[in-house]
Design a protein around this ligand. Structure first.
Ligand code: FAD
Length: 453
């Protein structure tokens, strides 16, 4: 039996970033992944990449339909959803193959199969056993199930990406970032989309002005939004799915399909965590400290499987920290207050740091700088004038606490504020930066030069 310095369970962003880091530090590393088609994890195979690849097609479709505003007559344009999905899966295949061969070239071994612990330094992969001095659990997350009558007839995000949606009328349960991305995607391709959210607004983690702008633009595009309401039950009726919705009164409506995106849960069920003496939280997440170490000294965990934002970029950073901690390198702990939050819907949302509502509930007085995309030359040229950027600073000392943008390219724009929020820059310091003209980026200096409220 080959003994490794480190075995990593899961080949997603947390797992492969940790593996690359350890291989670079000359450690003997092995990644255990369910199958070769899952290398790259949820992100590459059923998350970030396929959704964004299809959103790119939707964006192009929208541009082509509106090309006459730019003086271009494109003639009849039609969409072939199967070709859109094939285009996305071609890109995924390319990325997966490139990632796999790059990891192999770095000397990283792979074992394909389902891993579970036998003890704190031994795991079983199907019937085979392997040993290592250290382990990193990077087994990710899986979709939370809808606990209602008929909840098993919904599709989850992986299933809709795998099988497509062939009907016309789609109910999306969950108005978080994944729900909003799917709503934009299917609406852009001409489907009748309804988003149902229990909380009072879509993307409720963001400030009200951000959610309101998103909802207004969604409605303009014909997306139906039902907030403050819950799904009571689903039933199959002659090939359609009948949904009973509670909005104070019970209503019933038929859909061709229901997509459930009501959150994700850490995937620890298969790990036999007890055999290694691992402590889990009530959510099933693996409990870790700031260097990603669990309660068992030689076992670390990173990514969606721990209690932190379920995002690929946090998974990468946590994987890196776990790897460096194993190698005895002391790294800086993650500043979870400066994790970018990005939603690739139409319009996009980009946000980082504190929202106004969190500042208010923490008793922090703020000064808020805000300007609208309509006043920016580049958005006017691109025909994407809806939206705004706001920058939130502390009234006391002018330190930039957070920022949020909604509108075209907000996902890129927000990263211009990432250094300021990460390093706690003051408004006076951030104002020194000069931006090229005409760009969307210059909206940052325009915003900071406005009178704050
Ligand atoms: P994963 O990527 O889930 O990888 C874990 C791997 O472990 C899996 O491949 C699994 O097969 C394997 N595994 C699990 N158990 C075992 C076992 N017992 N033995 C062997 N292998 C095992 N994040 C963003 O930052 N930006 C986005 O735009 C974005 N879009 C998303 C869209 C959708 C539809 C979804 C579902 C998610 C999206 N995410 C996005 C979230 C992102 O995909 C995850 O945060 C990220 O993949 C987490 O990485 P991870 O390495 O922790 O886990």
């Amino acid at each position: 039996m080959k003994k490794y310095d480190v075995i990593i369970i899961g080949g997603g962003p947390a797992g492969y970033k940790a593996a690359e880091t350890l291989a670079g530090l000359k450690k003997k590393v092995c990644i255990v992944e369910l199958s070769d088609s899952r290398v790259g994890g949820t992100c590459l195979n059923e998350g970030c990449i396929p959704v964004k690849a299809m959103i790119e097609s939707a964006h192009l479709f929208h541009k082509m339909k509106n090309s006459s505003a730019f003086g271009i007559e494109a003639g009849p344009i039609k969409i072939d959803m199967e070709a859109v999905r094939a285009s996305a899966s071609g890109k995924m295949d390319m990325l997966r193959k490139a990632l796999y061969s790059s990891l192999k070239r770095q000397g990283i071994d792979f074992i394909f199969g389902r891993a579970s612990f036998v003890s704190e330094n031994r795991i079983k992969i199907d019937s085979q056993e392997s040993e290592a001095e250290n382990f990193i659990i990077a087994s990710g997350s899986s979709p939370r199930k809808l606990e209602i009558d008929g909840g098993d007839i919904v599709m989850d995000s992986a299933q809709i990406l795998e099988n497509g949606f062939h009907g016309n009328k789609l109910l999306i349960v969950g108005g978080g970032y994944i729900g909003c991305e799917f709503a934009s995607l299917y609406r852009a391709f001409g489907k009748e989309v309804t988003v149902l959210e229990t909380l009072p607004s879509l993307t409720s983690m963001e400030d009200d002005d951000v959610s309101r702008t998103l909802e207004r633009e969604f409605k303009k595009k014909g997306i139906k939004i039902i907030t403050g309401a819950s799904l009571k039950s689903l039933s199959d009726q002659n090939g359609k799915t009948s949904a009973v919705i509670d909005r104070g009164i019970l209503t019933e409506e038929a859909f061709d399909g229901v997509l459930s995106v009501v959150g994700r849960l850490p995937r620890t069920g298969d790990l036999n965590a007890a055999a290694a003496g691992l402590e889990l939280l009530s959510s099933g997440a693996v409990k870790t400290d700031g260097s990603m170490r669990t309660n068992v000294p030689n076992i670390y965990a990173a990514g969606d499987v721990i209690d932190s934002p379920m995002l690929a970029h946090t998974a990468y950073r946590e994987g890196l920290i776990a790897a460096e901690a194993i190698a005895g390198i002391k790294t800086r702990e993650i500043n979870y207050g400066a994790v970018p939050r990005i939603v690739f819907s139409f319009p996009q949302i980009g946000a980082i740091g504190m929202t106004e509502k969190v500042a208010a509930s923490s008793g922090i007085e703020t000064k808020v700088y805000k300007s609208f995309f309509a006043a920016n030359a580049k958005t006017l040229i691109a025909g994407e004038t809806a939206g705004f950027l706001k920058i939130i600073s502390a009234l006391e000392d002018g330190v930039i606490l957070g920022a949020a943008a909604v509108g075209g390219e907000a996902c890129e724009l927000i990263h211009l504020l990432a250094p300021a929020v990460t390093r706690g820059m003051k408004v006076s310091e951030a104002s020194e930066v000069m931006y090229g003209h005409p760009t969307l980026s210059e909206i940052v200096s325009d915003t900071l030069s406005r009178k704050a409220v």
